[in-house]
Design a protein around this ligand. Structure first.
Ligand code: FAD
Length: 414
């Protein structure tokens, strides 16, 4: 039996292992593909995998301007939930959670999917009413969502002691037992590995700089590696949706806003559930590494800067410390931001476009949780040129017909 010590760990860590297999190839782009997907995050890589697996379409390329998962996929706070209020939203998000539960097995790659449960603290009677409505919608679709009192919150989160003089009193909570967390970059790597094994070409460090049209259709993409002809083109570029769509001459009803998150130094396990403070618009959980992961609202202005303002950090941190003074002396370890394509009604867009053979998947504000389902639906749309029933309400036509799927309310949590 091989003995492991700190020395063998260091020796192996620094030694180049020629026998280690690459997880995916780095091919030169071909001149033509049946489908080109722009964007190598979870959504784009997932779409490529589902095109190959569900529809047998394997002459596919994923074009990524940086590295896989380097966008929002590896910047998010990893929460997966389905507490939404409109009827089309719940089955879509519930379906995504069901896919996540099986995904490690399906991709043969450990995504570290773990059931945590999520408690939203209700801090106004309006929030409590919205939670009750949401629970009704969710129950109709078979999802679990329970109103709980402060005693139950204390039982589930023993470190919570209702503060004596809160700015907003905690009236109770609402609990989603099935809420999960998963390792975000592993989602991109798992999809990439399987897509590659099924013949998909993953091309990194290659930026799409133009979309070539012929009449009312798209025929390929201009890239920093030259023109690539494509039968169909799908776009999953969160945070760059308007920039890339504009290359095809299309304006989307979205706006880019920065979203920040930060983590503390690691500590022993103290918080199992994901907790959301609905009145303060922020949330917190403890990662498997022991870090407290903290997030809040988007910065309220459009920006591509990939960084947010101190005002949000201050506002969110003071809310977290008001609720959990136990963390007052902890140190901040890292902070970062990503750019979200904010859709005006708060729901995703997975849709055909006015251009033939050009499809878009706009993840919206909370697209980590939807990654497998959105990717699968995007692949369906590309393969069949028709939306699946689950995404009929998420098309671009809803903005023309006034049939918005307005989301928000107490579920605030990305
Ligand atoms: C701080 C933060 C916290 C979040 N927390 C959560 C959460 O807890 N739960 C949740 O569900 N969601 C969360 N989200 C949202 C979630 O991360 C995103 O919605 C989701 O990851 C989008 O995935 P994607 O694959 O569409 O995009 P990305 O992972 O951003 O991938 C898009 C890719 O497209 C590439 N690209 C862009 N332009 C081009 C081009 N011209 N040519 C080629 N490639 C291009 C980019 O480089 C990028 O890699 C959070 C986001 C942030 C920023």
């Amino acid at each position: 039996m091989q003995r492991f010590s700190i020395f063998s760990l260091l020796r192996n860590g620094f030694r180049y292992r020629a026998d280690w297999q690459r997880m995916w190839r780095s091919p030169e782009p071909k001149r033509r593909y049946d489908v080109v997907i722009i964007g190598g995050g979870g959504h784009g890589l997932g779409a490529a995998w589902y095109l190959a697996q569900d529809h047998g379409i394997r002459n596919v390329a994923v074009i990524e301007k940086g590295w896989l998962g380097g966008g929002n996929t590896a910047r998010n706070t990893m929460t997966i939930r389905s507490n939404y209020i409109r009827p089309p939203s719940v089955p879509f998000h519930e379906g995504s959670m069901a896919l996540y539960r099986e995904l490690s097995r399906e991709l043969n790659y450990n995504l570290m999917v773990g059931r945590r449960g999520m408690i939203s603290f209700l801090q106004s009677s309006q929030a409590a009413r919205t939670a009750a409505r949401m629970a009704n919608t969710m129950h109709v679709h078979g999802a679990k969502y329970e109103l709980i009192d402060v005693e139950e919150i204390k039982r589930r989160v023993p470190i919570f002691r209702p503060p004596p003089r809160p700015r907003l009193e905690v009236l109770g909570g609402v609990y989603q037992p099935e809420a999960m967390m998963a390792r975000h970059d592993a989602v991109a790597w798992g999809f990439a590995r399987m897509a590659d094994a099924h013949g998909v070409d993953i091309i990194q460090n290659c930026e799409v700089i133009g979309i070539r049209r012929s009449g009312a259709g798209v025929i390929g993409v201009e890239t920093t590696h030259g023109f690539i002809e494509a039968g169909k083109v799908g776009m999953a570029v969160a945070g760059h949706g308007s920039v890339v769509a504009e290359m095809a001459g299309i304006r989307l009803p979205i706006e880019v806003q920065p979203l920040q998150a930060w983590v503390s130094e690691p500590v022993k396990p103290v918080l199992h559930e994901i907790v959301v403070f609905s009145g303060y618009g922020c949330y917190m959980m403890q990662s498997d590494k022991g870090e407290l992961v903290i997030g809040g609202p988007t910065d309220p202005y459009p920006s591509y800067a990939q960084r947010g303002t101190f005002r949000v950090i201050e506002q969110v941190t003071s809310a977290v410390l008001e609720m959990f003074p136990i963390f007052t002396r902890m140190k901040l370890l890292r902070h970062w931001a990503g750019m979200l394509d904010i859709v005006y009604d708060g729901s995703p867009i997975i849709s055909k476009t006015p251009l033939r053979n050009f499809y878009v998947d706009i993840a919206g504000a909370g697209g980590f949780k939807t990654t497998p389902m959105a990717a699968r639906m995007h692949a369906w749309l590309i393969a069949k040129d028709e939306p699946h029933d689950l995404i009929r309400d998420f098309g671009l036509d809803r903005f023309e017909r006034g049939r918005l799927v307005v989301e928000g309310g107490v579920s605030f949590n990305r």
